[in-house]
Ligand binder design. Sequence first.
Ligand code: SF4
Length: 699
Amino acid sequence: MNETVRLTPTKRTGYSACPHDCPSTCALEVELLDARTIGRVRGSKDNDYTAGVVCAKVARYAERQHHAERLLHPLRRVGPKGSGQFAPISWDDALDIVAGQFLQAEQRHGSETVWPYFYAGTMGLVQRDGIIRLRHAKRYSGFHSTICVNPAYSGFAAGVGRIAGPDPREMAKSDLVVIWGTNPVNTQVNVMTHATRARKERGAKIVAVDIYMNGTMEQADLAVLVKPGTDAALACAVMHCLFRDGKADWDYLDRYTDAPHELEAHLKTRDPAWASAITGTPVETIEAFARLIGERKRAYFRLGYGFARSRNGAASMHAASCIPAVTGAWQYEGGGAFHNNADIFQLNKRTIEGLDRADPTNRMLDQSRIGAILTGEREALAGGPPVTAMIVQNTNPMSVAPDQNKVKQGFAREDLFVCVHEQFMTETAQVADIVLPATTFLEHDDIYRGGGHQYIILGPKLVEAPGECRSNHEVIGALAKRVGAEHPGFGMSPRELIDDMLRASNRGTLAELEANRWLDCQPPFRQSHYLDGFPWPDGKFRFKPDWKTVPFRSPCQSGPVEAMPPLPDYWRVVEEADAAHPFRLATSPARAFLNSTFNETPTSLANEKRPTLMIHPDDAAEQGIVDGDYVVLGNTRGEVRLHAKLFDGVRRGVLIAESIWPNTAYADGCGINSLTGADPVAPYGGAAFHDNKVWVRKV
Ligand code: SF4
């Protein structure tokens, strides 16, 4: 416990940040009822991005924190793999077994046979990324993180040159907020706070672009409904109209962009009629959208992840990011394009990640291709040994990874040893050999940085952990000792690691952060609006990106990079419907779950009800399906059974299955990712979760 707990006569309030995989990274106020118990969780009112608002699932975090099914003790498998038969074991014995298996595997196949696997179950930099230090110190296989941001980041950086844009709070000062391919009513609620403020205080219009009439689309002044994967066609037609109608800012284009005349000529044939045939959006809607953009210079494009989860996702993101460069919206307060602030923080994680021990020749394995990797596909193994030992933290690949049937096949291997460190008995924990109980964010110290905002926020330990739960940092340190991994970071406390990172990054100290609760890292206006040029050698926004040299944090290119469009365009690389698979399926996020997190809490389960397939009534009629029917969806990767819901808020031929339910919620235990593919998205890998051709029929 520390000074970030404030005592009042009636209750205590602890300060923290939401650790979940959501760009809002809300600043939290947590009611502390006693040393082990929390009450309500609220958004901090005095944080001007969170502005007192959090989503409902985190507001009732006590349900998750004090859930009767929290893992409390280490467990060892005593039945066949995947049988779910476990017996308690001491921490020392469990860690000795894991270390022994890792050392044995290393002796047999070399160090790269061990694959530490992790993701964003917590976004805390100490507890999430310490596993990378173990990997570097032992030269285990590297983790090419691909499952989420790669298509979106690379598409945005292709034009802008880095992952940063205008201050997210400027949305409230816009005349037009375009919320594209993200559903903040479900997933990052603060975007709506700032966008609706602009509407209330300035008469701003809100436009939403999405593939179904979700909560955000319903609140928008103009809802632009497109077919999945066709966003670049919409963007091209909008730019066509802007050039055609004299709404392009030629002073800005000449000064700040690389090839405006080539772009204008290229777009001559990409008119609204052309785009309408691809997107399914009426010509009048495209024209109305372009008109709003042309009339309102202070237009803020809030570009989300959703529309990039497609095989052409990077090209779509790039195309959408080009629009404010055509109108010169970047010049104005409340104008420009924003996707994420990843590049503003410049945090030096040398000690947290053990970067001084990094060896670039060490094998990297693609997170999204875990099925192909564990089933021994040569190309996926990058010419190295098979993976025979794993430790998994903060993720549940048996549920959330694409190509689920292959993932299951891989984890069923008798020669694969798996240790899972988790808060709940997830599907991945169920197939482990050793299961270790993990702390939640309220039970350990950590530090968080915003994605959708510009704050670094401290998240100190606020309550004692139940049972024998230990933090990721403790487990990685204890394992390091046993496998002979050496690095000063293993011997430091999380607080020391936070202080070390802040000092090395010129971001002050832990004591200062603790006193202020958060640190505002927003770059100055001129820099975040690129008024002195975009971060390319010539300072010009790229309409013509060189996809092979797009700046990205990891150098592992994959997918058909050579075929990427040289100028903004609709790239026909998606899994198009065909006679055998006449529908296109997207797996969009549900309001009460966050990937597979929260799908254990009673209120979230009650709110979401059951796995459901949204299908257009006319499509349903053609298939003889009525509302509530049990249906089966399928493609070459698998089959999934769920209930149909007739819904006219999609284009014909489009199916939506919101969220990732536990696999056990579906007949045969086949979750929705049985249908998604793991073939890499260009240019830096990724999973095309919203890009699946399927057939559907009544069961
Ligand atoms: S909106 Fe996102 S960041 Fe905020 S509390 Fe909910 S999940 Fe966490």
